[in-house]
Design a protein around this ligand. Structure first.
Ligand SMILES: Cc1cc2nc3c(=O)[nH]c(=O)nc-3n(C[C@H](O)[C@H](O)[C@H](O)COP(=O)(O)OP(=O)(O)OC[C@H]3O[C@@H](n4cnc5c(N)ncnc54)[C@H](O)[C@@H]3O)c2cc1C
Length: 416
C-alpha cells in the first residue's frame, strides 16, 4: 500500500449536467468544455479532429451472438463497394436495438462506432452502475444490459466496424449514401448504404489521451499503451502504470494487481471519482497509489516502454518508475463535430426529426436515441429503444416502399 495519505471522496467538481439540459450541449461543445453527463465527466469537443479513434476493426458476419466483438488484428476487411440496406452510426443501446430491428426486417445492416467496443455511454462510462428504468429489468448493471443488447442486436449478423469515426457523408443523385470513416493513424475507409440511422448519442467517443503525450506513444496503442483492457495475460509479470482516479482505474488496478510484477496507480488529485468501496479495496492492496502525481515523460526503446518519469504536481518532486505497460483511464471525449457538417437540420445540438418516423430532413436518414431532437424529447435508454424501432421500420419502408412500416408482432414470427 502507498505511504501517502489518500482521502476517498465522492464529490466531483460542480459542472453542468448535460443530460438534464440538452439545450446547453451545443454551447458546451463549442467551448470544448468538460461537462457532466448524468454524473460522469465527459469532455465535449466540437471539431472534427479531436478525439482520435482507437485501433480499427471490421467484423463481418456471421457473428456468434455470445461473442462480444473485441479489437483483434486479423479480422477480415470488408469490401468498400458492398452496399448495405441500413447503416447505423453508434453501437450504444439505441444502435444495437436498431440493428436487431433492421435485421428482423431482413435488411443488410452495418454498425459503425468510433470506440473499440460496443455499448456506447453505458459501457464507456458506467458499466458497473445499476440502471432501474429499463423495461423488464427492475435493476440491471450497465454491462449486463449491454451484454443482452449485444446478443439481441447481433443475432441477424450485422457487420460491425469498431474504431472508426464517421467523418463525412455524401448523398448521391440515386439516393444512396457514402460514409467516410477515419480509423487509427488517419486510415480512411468508405461505406455505402441505402439508409442511415444516426444513433450517435452525445457524439463520437474516444478515450482521452494524456495532455501533451509524446506522439510516439500513439504507435504503441494496444501493445504497450492501453485504453481498453481486453486480454489480461498481456499484463502478466509486467510493471504496470495505471493513470486515472475513476471506477475503471480502480477496477483495472484490482484486476491486474494479482498477476502483475508491480502495479502503480497515479492520479493528479486526491479526490476520486470512483465508488468509495473500490477506492478502499485498492488502498488496502499492494497497489502503489500516488496522488497529486502525473506523467512527465515515458522512455521508449524500440517498440517497448522502459520507464516513466512521474512528478508530484504540488512539490514538483520527480520519480522514475520501471514501467512495461501503461493503462490510461482518463475518461472519454465525445465529439459531435462531424455530424453537423452533413446538411442535417440541427436543433439544440442534436438532429431534428419527425417523432412519428424519426426521419431527418434528408430522405433516407433517420436519427434515434440521445442525438435525436423533437419537442418533449427525453434522453433515456427506454426512449432510444422505441425510437430505434421506429427508425428501422421506416428505413425498411424507404428501402422497399412495398413493405409495410408496421412489422407485425415478433411473437408471431415462428408461426405459433
Ligand atoms: C453516468 C450515466 C448514467 C446514466 N444512467 C441512466 C439511467 O439510469 N437510465 C437511462 O435511461 N439513461 C441513463 N443514462 C443515459 C443513457 O446512457 C443514454 O441515454 C444512452 O446511452 C443513449 O444511448 P445511445 O445509443 O443513443 O447513445 P450512446 O450510448 O451515447 O452511444 C452512441 C455511440 O455512437 C458513437 N458515435 C457517435 N458519433 C459517431 C461517429 N461520428 N462515428 C462513429 N461512432 C460515433 C459513440 O462512440 C457511441 O458509442 C446515463 C448516462 C450516464 C453518462
Amino acid at each position: 500500500m502507498s505511504d501517502q495519505q489518500n482521502t476517498p471522496e465522492q464529490t466531483p467538481e460542480a459542472q453542468p449536467d448535460i443530460a438534464k439540459q440538452p439545450e446547453s450541449i451545443e454551447a458546451a461543445a463549442a467551448a470544448d468544455e468538460t461537462v457532466n453527463v448524468w454524473d460522469a465527466e465527459v469532455q465535449l469537443a466540437d471539431d472534427a479532429t479531436s478525439g482520435e479513434p482507437v485501433q480499427s476493426e471490421t467484423i463481418i458476419e456471421p457473428l456468434d451472438p455470445h461473442f462480444v466483438p473485441k479489437l483483434e488484428e486479423d479480422q477480415p476487411a470488408h469490401d468498400a463497394d458492398e452496399l448495405f440496406d441500413c447503416t447505423i452510426i453508434g453501437g450504444g443501446p439505441t444502435g444495437l436495438y436498431g440493428a436487431f430491428y433492421a435485421g428482423m426486417r431482413e435488411m443488410k445492416t452495418k454498425i459503425i462506432d468510433s470506440l473499440g467496443e460496443l455499448g456506447g455511454q453505458v459501457s464507456a462510462l458506467y458499466p458497473e452502475k445499476l440502471i432501474y428504468d429499463v423495461a423488464g429489468f427492475p435493476a440491471v448493471k450497465g454491462k449486463e444490459l449491454i451484454q443482452g443488447c449485444i446478443e439481441q442486436g447481433l443475432q441477424f449478423g450485422p457487420a460491425v466496424c469498431l474504431g472508426e469515426k464517421v467523418e463525412h457523408l455524401e448523398k448521391h443523385p440515386d439516393g444512396l449514401f457514402t460514409l467516410t470513416t477515419e480509423a487509427s493513424h488517419g486510415v480512411m475507409k468508405q461505406h455505402r448504404t441505402k439508409t442511415l440511422i444516426v444513433a450517435a448519442g452525445v457524439g463520437a467517443f474516444a478515450p482521452r489521451k494524456l495532455p501533451g503525450a509524446q506522439p510516439e506513444l500513439d504507435a504503441l496503442e494496444g501493445t504497450e499503451v492501453f485504453y481498453f483492457v481486453k486480454d489480461l495475460e498481456v499484463f502478466r509479470d509486467q510493471n504496470i502504470l495505471i493513470v486515472g482516479g475513476g471506477d475503471s482505474a480502480m477496477d483495472w488496478a484490482m484486476m491486474l494487481e494479482p498477476l502483475a510484477k508491480s502495479t502503480t496507480l497515479i492520479h493528479r488529485r486526491d479526490k476520486w471519482r470512483a465508488h468509495e468501496d473500490s477506492v478502499k479495496k485498492v488502498l488496502a492492496s499492494s497497489v502503489d497509489v500516488r496522488t497529486f502525481v502525473e506523467v512527465k515523460s515515458v522512455e521508449v526503446e524500440g517498440a517497448k516502454i522502459q520507464s516513466a518519469v512521474v512528478f508530484n504536481n504540488k512539490t514538483k518532486a520527480e520519480d522514475t518508475l520501471p514501467v512495461d505497460k501503461i493503462v490510461m483511464c482518463l475518461g472519454f471525449i465525445a465529439n459531435i463535430g462531424p455530424i453537423k457538417e452533413w446538411g442535417l437540420e440541427i436543433e439544440a445540438g442534436g438532429i431534428k426529426v419527425d417523432p412519428g418516423s424519426m426521419a431527418s430532413n434528408i430522405p433516407g436518414i433517420y436519427a434515434a436515441g440521445d442525438i435525436a431532437r423533437y419537442e418533449g424529447k427525453l434522453g433515456l435508454i427506454a426512449t432510444g429503444f422505441g425510437e430505434a424501432a421506429t427508425a428501422a421500420n421506416y428505413a425498411k419502408h424507404h428501402v422497399d416502399p412495398h413493405s409495410r412500416v408496421f412489422p407485425g408482432h415478433s411473437s408471431e414470427r415462428d408461426g405459433h
